[in-house]
Write a protein that binds this ligand. Structure first.
Ligand code: SF4
Ligand code: SF4
Length: 464
């Protein structure tokens, strides 16, 4: 893929192994004619080693697999390592950007339902029984995630599930369970002893200081900030070791916070730097959408240089796929091959996790629209057809395959059919490619204009 910056510089983003290479103008020109013999040689070398789109090796592999067999789906489920439970739909907050709020469609009507223990138990049994089959090759820990709503509102079920896992451990000694919870933190002071006893990994949502946190409101529209901070301070003071080791934060970026405010707030309060999330792109309210995706210039202007370098995340991700960043000399010189087998960046079923809603529907994760359940669990019985799931993925992959097969981002695409592309499933369309190109060009242009920031990011994240 050829990238052009605002300064009219040309770069080559290789379709394979993702380096971004600066191209002298003569080199860029030689892609369309062979007048310059030096650059022709260079081009042929890059083609031969799989860096350029025209390479033979690359072309012979443009066809992705699109069919998944039911046996393969069964083996994915037999090796599933994460079971995520939406233990309740109920929540003690009513945040403006909540994916279950009025700003989203197609999340499946919510009625404050709690998950049944029988269904949670049946799901655990289902996965663990598959793990006894010859298809299981991964003997890893089993991760049990708790989501909501606000999961701590259904502590009874969480305790029952933990207790059930403990009982299983008595019989299957080789199994180890790791528990985690995503919470708004409003009940954490009440249940901290239990959470500490079972070594829960805890992710608390906190958008920064009081002003930053304005979208996180109670149902009566009053602010939740003071209550949450009181709880966090309580745990920090009384359970310090656990707090340091097990508690992390997630901050949603929107128009009421900025990186610099967030960073200073977390620093002042001795809290670990948070992870950042953008408001889900399927939100129906423009108030959140455009503000969530700022240009690098806007981020710099709003936050200043040191916060910009500090955040790094968006840029380190970008650097990872760029600028001749090779981990070893061998990786620089080795022949590049395609690794991806299926189109898009969609994870294959149950390879990351399975997510069970309070209503008993089973999905590949908690993030996606509730359009295509993989199965269900009801009255303690799991209904999953590996054949149906195989057909579902095969159909979707077949529909998008023609676009991905000729896409120069296909090797490192992160688009998910269920999240980003589904729209009208009959006409599965990817509109991301152009945006991804533009995004990379925008970042390159910015770094060309701000070489000192470029150097600082390099020093901070890559030089030892
Ligand atoms: S968003 Fe898509 S690719 Fe990501 S975990 Fe969920 S199903 Fe998999
Ligand atoms: S960017 Fe779109 S067309 Fe390209 S590989 Fe990803 S999903 Fe396919």
């Amino acid at each position: 893929m050829i990238l052009k910056t605002r300064n009219e510089n040309t770069y080559l983003l290789s379709a394979i192994d993702k380096p971004i290479l600066f191209m002298p103008p003569e080199f860029a020109e030689s892609l369309s004619n062979d007048k310059n013999s030096y650059y022709k040689k260079k081009r042929l070398f890059l083609e031969e080693h799989g860096f350029l789109f025209g390479s033979k090796e690359y072309e012979t592999k443009t066809t992705f697999q699109t069919s998944i067999s039911k046996e393969l789906v069964k083996s994915f489920f037999s090796n599933c390592v994460t079971i995520a439970f939406e233990v309740t739909e109920d929540c003690n907050l009513h945040c403006d950007y909540c994916i279950y709020g009025e700003n989203y469609k197609n999340r499946g009507g919510r009625a404050s339902k709690n998950m049944d223990f029988l269904d949670a138990q049946a799901t655990i049994d289902f996965v663990l029984n598959l793990k006894k089959t010859e298809k299981n090759v991964l003997n890893t820990d089993i991760y049990i995630n708790f989501y909501g709503g606000e999961p701590l509102l259904n502590i009874k079920l969480i305790k029952n599930i933990v207790d059930y896992c403990e009982q299983i451990k008595q019989i299957r000694h080789n199994l180890n369970f790791i528990f985690s919870i995503t919470t708004n933190g409003l009940l954490i002071d009440k249940y901290i002893d239990f959470l500490e006893r079972f070594d829960f990994q805890i992710l608390i949502s906190l958008d920064g200081n009081r002003k930053n946190n304005q979208y996180r409101k109670f149902k009566d529209q009053t602010e939740s900030f003071d209550f949450l901070i009181k709880n966090i301070k309580f745990v920090q003071k009384n359970h310090l070791a656990f707090f340091k080791k097990n508690i992390r934060f997630n901050t949603v970026l929107h128009d009421k916070n900025s990186y610099s405010e967030i960073l200073s707030f977390f620093k002042e309060n001795n809290l670990k730097k948070p992870g950042y999330t953008l408001v889900n792109s399927n939100i129906n309210n423009d108030k959140f959408r455009p503000k969530a995706r700022l240009s690098p210039e806007e981020i710099l202007q709003q936050n200043g240089e040191s916060a910009f370098v500090e955040i790094g995340t968006a840029y380190t991700q970008f650097f990872d796929l760029s600028f001749n960043h090779f981990s070893t000399y061998r990786s620089l010189t080795s022949k590049k091959t395609l690794n991806r087998e299926f189109p898009t960046g969609t994870c294959l079923p149950a390879t990351k996790k399975i997510f069970i809603t309070a209503q008993g529907k089973i999905f590949p994760c908690e993030t996606i629209e509730h359009t295509y359940p993989l199965g269900s669990v009801e009255n303690g019985i799991v209904n999953i057809s590996f054949e149906y799931i195989a057909q579902l993925y095969s159909d979707l992959f077949k529909k998008i395959n023609q676009q991905c097969a000729v896409c120069d981002l296909r090797e490192f695409c992160a688009e998910c059919v269920f999240l980003d592309l589904i729209g009208d499933p009959e006409k599965l369309r990817c509109s991301k490619r152009k945006k991804l190109h533009e995004g990379i060009e925008e970042k390159l242009s910015f770094l060309e204009k701000n070489p000192e920031i470029n150097n600082k990011i390099w020093k901070k994240y890559y030089y030892v």
